[in-house]
Ligand binder design. Structure first.
Ligand SMILES: Cc1ncc(COP(=O)(O)O)c(C=O)c1O
Length: 472
């Protein structure tokens, strides 16, 4: 298992073990191995939560419309993206290049890169949401639309699903059997990953990844632990460790700390938020889908001028930035950070103490992703894509998250209620902060005469009743 010290520091910090005011990493908590009395629910108990196999097989990769070579098994000069539900391709005998879950696969050395992709959710034009005039008249822009990545029917949908559509089959092709992942107890990634591991059919004949999964979860200081959510996580994972902030650990000790919670045979610690280079493809593809939805709805005669999106571990906003670049749009993407960290932590994780923490994460992921895309000869990126993204597309907002991670004010709550009535449910950690950023820019007159798209990354599916009953 490759768990370098720096990787763990990043994982731990992103996942929520806070370095406060330059103090050492603090953690340690309770350790819960699944008791032999408990059995994981049969996949069949959970299968009802996934879309039908026929509907999933009808999905296609929107990036393929832009670059047909990506979907053409006989093309050259670009990677081949293999739909694992329909291609019938076997991965036996392929050479893996890269870490499990973040690899490309080759038929022989030097051959074209193959990247597996499995549709795990159904895209619908209705995701493009027009808010009522009672809302839009309060925003000073020419038009406002929402890309609403939310489902009342499907627990694995939109933001997280887009990442897993690339990461899960990659793990399967990499032969992963035992995984760990990390996040706050309330982490959308921890819950949806644990679920997708059990329900997302990766073969078309009902075979999910089904890896043994260890979760290392952090209590967020000041937040009440959601016991029902924890019960669900325990039902889905083999092993759940709850980290508290009692004991201070740093450096090597922190790495040992994480290892001590993971099974020694763990193949991989899936990064916090599910963000790695491969997962970025999910939101590059999402922009190609947005282009299609806008065409189909004949909503606008030009691309959005501004997109607002929440950012945490980084692959969502980075995928949108690269997607905008691929499309040749002049759109600005406002990425709204969910938090910031001390100078020491910024330095430890990103080596860029002067850059706000989340921006630093995105910058680091951007460098490695662009490098990787160039290596695999992914089409459409200009050689100076990093500069173009930084100077012309990306508008990071590292202030709207205040006064604190997940903390909102009365005005935010009033907006949350109004938007909910309009069909848009937002969460306090990510999307409500992105909405706040939109309002601030509107009030400053910066959106005047602009086509504005709000990208909702929060899946408001109500997990508790359906999952608790499936899990018994
Ligand atoms: C609802 C929601 N929105 C946005 C994000 C941020 O996405 P990313 O981690 O890819 O930056 C997350 C991440 O966990 C999330 O759960």
């Amino acid at each position: 298992m490759d768990l370098s010290r720096r990787n763990f520091m990043q994982a731990a910090l992103l996942g929520g073990i806070a370095l406060s005011g330059g103090a050492a990493l603090s953690a340690v908590g309770t350790h819960q191995r699944r008791s032999s009395m408990l059995t994981l629910p049969q996949a069949a108990d959970l299968a009802g939560l996934a879309p039908s196999s026929a509907a999933l097989k009808s999905q296609s990769l929107a990036l393929g419309r832009l670059f047909p070579a990506l979907l053409d098994p006989d093309a050259e000069g670009a990677p081949f993206i293999a739909n694992t539900l329909s291609s019938g391709d076997s991965f036996a005998g392929l050479i893996r290049q890269g870490e499990p879950g973040n690899s490309v696969f080759l038929r022989q050395p030097g051959a074209r890169a193959i990247i597996p992709w499995t549709p795990v959710f159904i895209r619908e034009n209705s995701q493009l949401l027009q808010l009522p005039s009672s809302v839009t008249r309060q925003i000073d822009c020419s038009d406002l639309l929402v890309m609403n990545e939310s489902s009342t029917r499907h627990p694995v949908f939109g933001n997280k699903a887009r990442k897993y559509e690339f990461v899960l089959p990659n793990l399967k092709w990499s032969g992963a059997k035992r995984l760990g992942t990390i996040g706050a107890i309330s982490s959308n990634h921890a819950l949806q990953f644990a679920l997708a591991n059990r329900v997302a059919d990766l073969t078309g004949d009902g075979q999910p990844l089904n890896c043994a999964l260890d979760l290392v979860l952090f209590e967020v200081p000041g937040a009440v632990t959601d016991i029902a959510r924890l019960a669900i996580l325990r039902g889905l994972a083999e092993h759940v460790a709850i980290a508290k902030n009692d004991l201070e650990l740093a450096g090597e000790a922190s790495q040992e700390y994480a290892k001590s919670w993971l099974h020694p045979d763990t193949d991989l610690l899936v990064p916090p938020g599910g963000s790695n280079e491969v997962s970025v493809l999910g939101h590059m593809n999402a922009i190609a889908e947005l282009a299609h939805f806008l065409d189909a709805a004949q909503a606008w005669n030009a691309p959005p001028d501004v997109i607002f999106v929440a950012m945490g571990s980084g692959s969502t906003v980075l995928g949108l930035l690269l997607g905008v670049h691929l499309m040749g749009w002049k759109t600005k993407v406002v990425g709204v950070a969910d938090q910031d960290k001390s100078y020491l932590t910024r330095w430890l994780v990103n080596r860029q103490p002067s850059l706000p923490f989340v921006e630093g994460n995105v910058a680091k992921l951007a460098r490695s992703t662009v490098d990787w895309l160039q290596k695999i000869r992914f089409p459409g990126n200009s050689p100076d894509v990093l500069r173009v993204m930084q100077d012309e597309i990306f508008l990071p907002d590292s202030t709207s998250w205040q006064p604190g991670y997940g903390l909102v004010e009365d005005t935010d709550l009033a907006w949350a209620n109004e938007l909910k009535e309009a069909g848009l449910s937002l969460d306090p950690v990510f999307t409500l902060k992105a909405w706040r950023s939109l309002l601030t820019m509107s009030q400053a007159g910066a959106l005047k005469n602009k086509r504005v798209l709000f990208w909702n990354t929060y899946n408001s599916f109500d997990y508790m009743p359906s999952l608790l009953s499936s899990l018994g």
